[in-house]
Design a protein around this ligand. Structure first.
Ligand code: CA
Length: 230
């Protein structure tokens, strides 16, 4: 089955080069020349990867990415023309998977796309969104109500579970040791043990699973601690 890639690039000559390189490699390529066009295609069709130019006529690629990340984890490879843009892609945690600076070689771009698809295939979190079924599996925090939602539904967490999950959400991708989690989540850390943390993690996981069976955002790092998958 061929993989679907959406190329979002307003400059026809660059877009054509990319289509050609990807079609030669057997990808099924669609295109969009504006951010608005890209977002409407992404809302109605499913893609395995998005190639996203930063400089688009109607909005920036960053804005497209931010909007998209509210509902989708489709892998994104940015195309950028300036060093200052690279700093933003790397520094702002936009949720990009990779970037390629212009001018680029089409073969290198195709190789990067293949690498992204290999990587994201290995982890279930980045599987392409399945429209018209369950809402996307994401966690979000409502600081006013002190509620964490999973795929839009409130998780019924104890006080310690809430602070535990929140500590992980505030440090996505970072491994927190059990000691760190105790300090961050327990009002009186002295009362908790490693086993207490493990038991709470187990409980949080089962509450998340009860809402979204295939979503397991908490990663166990053996001998180290826990991390929230990015
Ligand atoms: Ca452009």
């Amino acid at each position: 089955m061929s993989r679907r890639v959406l190329v979002v690039e307003d400059e026809p000559s660059i877009a054509e080069t990319i289509w050609y390189a990807l079609r030669t490699e057997g990808f099924d390529v669609s295109d969009a020349a504006t951010g608005g066009d890209a977002l409407s295609k992404l809302a109605s069709e499913s893609f395995d990867c998005l190639i996203l130019d930063v400089g688009l006529p109607d909005m920036s690629g960053f804005d497209v990415c931010r909007t998209l990340r509210q509902s989708s984890s489709v892998p994104i490879l940015f195309l950028t023309a300036r060093d200052s843009e690279i700093d933003r892609i790397v520094g702002l945690e936009l949720g990009a998977d990779d970037y390629v600076a212009k001018p680029f070689s089409p073969r290198e771009l195709a190789a990067r796309v293949r690498a992204i698809l290999r990587r994201t295939n290995a982890t279930p979190k980045a599987s392409p969104p399945t429209p018209n079924t369950a809402p996307p599996s994401t966690l979000d925090h409502d600081p006013l109500r002190k509620v964490i939602r999973c795929a839009g539904q409130s998780l019924d967490l104890s006080r310690n579970e809430y602070h535990l999950l929140l500590a992980l959400m505030k440090n996505p991708g970072r491994v927190l040791t059990r000691d760190q989690l105790m300090d961050l989540a327990w009002q009186d850390p002295g009362t908790a043990s490693d086993r207490t943390v493990d038991a709470h993690i187990k409980s949080v996981r089962s509450k998340i699973r009860a809402l979204t069976p295939d979503f397991d955002p908490i990663e166990t790092r053996r001998g180290l601690g826990y991390a929230l998958r990015e």
